[in-house]
Write a protein that binds this ligand. Structure first.
Ligand code: SF4
Ligand code: SF4
Ligand code: SF4
Length: 368
């Protein structure tokens, strides 16, 4: 069993990104005592030897508290040398130079980083404070065993989605993209743009069969058939939880005062995230519900905004049609694609069946 703990190490950040909804008036950091106490509880409550503990440091910018992070990691490794503990930090990358790089290289057996990077210099600089040249991109793409970037898709950068992802992949990164919350998506123009950009990416992957497709074109369509495959959606508050800078335990970091801020707050009645699994009553009847909207915090933050729920739903339908089209095109024209490598034959067959169901049953205005 895998257990996840995310720790908001600090609310301090050296940037002020355009789509960031964190409360910039806050600047607390967790104390080392509270962080260590939280980790002790997290590990000791699961006595089974096979348990895997993933501890994620987030901010703000967690490397604003590099000394504290090192202290927590050292304490944990020394106290629990026989437990399976992995650490990860999500970073804007601007503080990862010199001794920090050296430490990351020396500790990569148990510590990994994911870089937040939106794409080419223009996309990165527009919404992430002109930081492209402040990040040692080669270090992240070539200096560590894992080269993963987190890219935020926003209304400002959606029209360059394909170019940005291709550029990141050419630098050697695997791209994990998320659709921004807390921004205004337009049903009129952004959905069409999204589809066109996905189509451009599909064309690219079909002509570059050695390139692993980014996460949003790797949806688990095989879960849409009667096969035994199911996707476990996030169960915030049970196998995963978060600790804020006061040391308080929350279902997810997005339930903290620091994150739950601005126009798109999680309504108080949803803050436990326990009953939050669908954007609307239609979802439960929808073919793709088993693989759609897997983030309860994201769903909860939209529930009071019907227009944005509708826009998001259209984006999801467009995305699933794109995935269905992609699977069929790969099977027809590119059966040796790396996407299929190491996948069981029955899973590939189930993906094809899932794609056919999407074409037959999921309404969409998009051209796939
Ligand atoms: S780096 Fe992260 S925490 Fe800092 S402003 Fe940007 S999105 Fe917000
Ligand atoms: S596509 Fe729309 S209706 Fe279907 S599960 Fe997703 S959000 Fe709900
Ligand atoms: S609710 Fe969303 S943001 Fe929170 S842990 Fe789950 S998937 Fe992540």
């Amino acid at each position: 069993m895998i257990y996840q703990l995310s720790i908001i190490l600090t609310e301090k950040c050296n940037l002020n990104c355009a789509y960031c909804y964190c409360d910039k008036s806050k600047s607390n950091s967790i104390s080392s005592e509270k962080a260590i106490e939280s980790i002790d509880q997290f590990i000791l409550q699961q006595p089974e030897e096979s348990a895997i503990f993933n501890i994620l440091f987030i901010g703000g910018e967690p490397f604003m508290e590099f000394s504290l992070m090192k202290e927590i990691v050292n304490h944990t490794l020394q106290t629990y040398p026989h437990r399976k503990v992995n650490f990860k930090a999500v970073t804007n990358g601007t503080l990862i130079h010199g001794e920090v790089q050296q430490w990351l290289i020396e500790n990569q057996k148990h510590f990994s980083v994911e870089l937040s990077l939106d794409g080419e210099a223009e996309s990165q600089n527009k919404e992430r404070c002109n930081t492209y040249n402040k990040i040692d991109i080669d270090f992240f793409s070539k200096g560590l065993k894992q080269a993963i970037v987190n890219k935020v898709i926003s209304p400002e950068n959606i029209h360059t989605l394909a170019n940005d992802i291709i550029a990141l992949e050419q630098q050697g990164f695997y791209v994990k993209a998320v659709i921004a919350d807390g921004v205004e998506w337009s049903k009129e123009k952004d959905i069409d743009t999204f589809s066109l950009q996905l189509k451009a990416l599909i064309d690219h992957y079909l002509t570059h069969p050695k390139q692993v497709p980014f996460n949003l074109l790797s949806n688990a369509l095989y879960c849409l058939t009667n096969s035994p495959n199911t996707l476990t959606k996030c169960q915030a508050g049970s196998s995963s939880y978060s600790i804020d800078t006061n040391g308080d335990k929350l279902p997810c970091h997005r339930c903290s005062d620091y994150y739950n801020n601005g126009d798109w707050k999680i309504p108080q009645e949803q803050i436990s995230l326990l009953a939050t699994d669908a954007l609307s009553s239609k979802c439960k009847e929808c073919l793709v519900f088993p693989i759609c909207s897997s983030c309860p915090a994201s769903i909860a933050s939209k529930l009071n905004n019907t227009e944005q729920c509708e826009a998001y739903c259209l984006m999801m339908k467009s995305l699933f049609h794109a995935n269905a089209y992609f699977i069929v095109q790969m099977l027809l024209n590119c059966p040796d694609h790396i996407y299929f490598e190491n996948r069981p034959k029955d899973q590939i067959a189930a993906s094809y069946a899932g794609a056919k169901k999407i074409f037959a049953q999921l309404d969409s205005t998009q051209p796939f």
